[in-house]
Design a protein around this ligand. Structure first.
Ligand code: 3PG
Length: 360
């Protein structure tokens, strides 16, 4: 690695508030790879996205400077001099790649332009590798390329889910059921119990003919008979609802009124999940159980505590899940915490990701 210019694709897409990094879990997981390359005498060029085209990596640049000197490149088309003058162990961070259309469009010229800055490419962004973007699948066409240590660890740990210990409990929350159908269908045959929560439960209630009032639903959800009639897929038997005046109640799903929104799972349902957890050997959890952005994080917090105290093998992931759980300071109590959200789900559903295939 000595003197080599390494294009290191990382995922610095982290929550920022008032210009300050709010949750540094992903960044901290990436630091050892950067340090390792610096120790080996590489010149490290960090590539990432953050949010969409309006996002800026400046807050992350300030954060990284607490660890090592970093230079910031605002414009990928004016990077030649700064990259050309890099010394061994130096780190340069390019501004949010999504500022340029070529990134998301996987434009071959954009990928070639990015590749021109490096001698080799390492993908350390497992959590962004479900995207067929230039910095994930385009650059490897031009440079000797490999997967980073963190990426390999994600693959190794998440692959355990394909041959799990039983009983195996899968808890799936979050939103947009339609995007999770392949994953659920696959795991109906693998998991002993699948507990559905988050806004996904609203979609299932609706599909089963329960009233969902003003709850968030995914209009494109069209469940298969396999999902609707499965005997190992469980929905909460009580829910927390908020009415139009902001009053909060715990109800049976069949009692939800037209002016109410389902916001979280109820205590009885949490006990049911807990009962399965204490009897199981392996737990997989992705996605918050309730609408935590609006303060309904109780179910998610409680589940996090119950899993972390169970002593069972557990894998958790999902950006939103981590936002909630990292505030509890118990991330080290799980067997493995994935840095990924959507990429974790895609990897579990397909056993691979575009970012992995691009290196084959
Ligand atoms: C993530 O946060 O899951 C990754 O950084 C990918 O981000 P995206 O969903 O905006 O592509």
């Amino acid at each position: 690695m000595k003197s080599k210019k390494v294009l290191l694709r990382v995922d610095l897409n982290v929550p920022v508030s008032h210009g300050v990094v709010d949750d540094d879990f992903r960044i901290k997981k990436t630091l050892p790879t950067i340090e390792k390359l610096r120790k080996e005498g590489a010149k490290v060029i960090l590539l990432s996205h953050v949010g969409e085209k309006d996002g800026t990596l400046r807050p992350i640049y300030s954060y990284l400077r607490n660890y090592f000197p970093v230079k910031f490149v605002e414009d990928v088309y004016k990077a030649k001099d700064i990259v050309g003058s890099m010394e061994e162990t130096e780190v340069v961070l390019f501004e949010n790649l999504r500022k340029w259309e070529g990134e998301k469009d996987n434009n071959p010229e954009f990928a070639k332009h990015l590749a021109s800055f490096g001698d080799l490419y390492i993908n350390e962004a497992f959590s962004a590798s479900h995207r067929e973007h230039s910095s994930i699948v385009g650059i490897p066409k031009h440079l000797p390329s490999s997967l980073g240590d963190l990426f390999k660890k994600e693959v190794e740990e998440l692959s355990k889910v394909f041959d799990p210990q039983h009983p195996f409990v899968f808890v799936l929350g979050g939103v947009k059921f339609s995007t999770k159908i392949p994953l659920i269908e696959k795991f109906l045959d693998k998991a002993d119990q699948i507990h559905i929560a988050g806004a996904l439960m609203n979609d299932m209630y609706k599909a089963k003919g329960f009233p969902v009032g003003k709850s968030v639903v995914d209009d494109s959800f069209d469940p298969s008979e396999k999902i609707l009639n499965s005997s190992n897929l469980f929905l909460p038997t009580d829910v927390v609802v908020e009415d139009s005046k902001g009053e909060v109640y715990i109800k049976k799903p069949e009692e939800v009124l037209p002016n109410e929104k389902i916001m979280d799972i109820g205590p009885e349902s949490l006990e049911k999940i807990h009962n399965d957890i204490i009897k199981c050997e392996f737990i997989l959890w992705n996605g918050p159980l309730g609408n935590y952005e609006n303060g309904y994080s109780e179910g998610t917090n409680e589940l996090a505590h119950r899993i972390s105290e169970s002593g069972k093998d557990s894998i958790i992931g999902g950006g939103d899940t981590l936002s909630v759980v990292s505030k509890l300071n118990i991330l080290d109590k799980f067997t493995f915490v994935s840095t990924a959200g959507g990429a974790m789900l895609d990897f579990l559903a397909n056993g691979t990701l575009p970012g992995i295939e691009a290196l084959k």
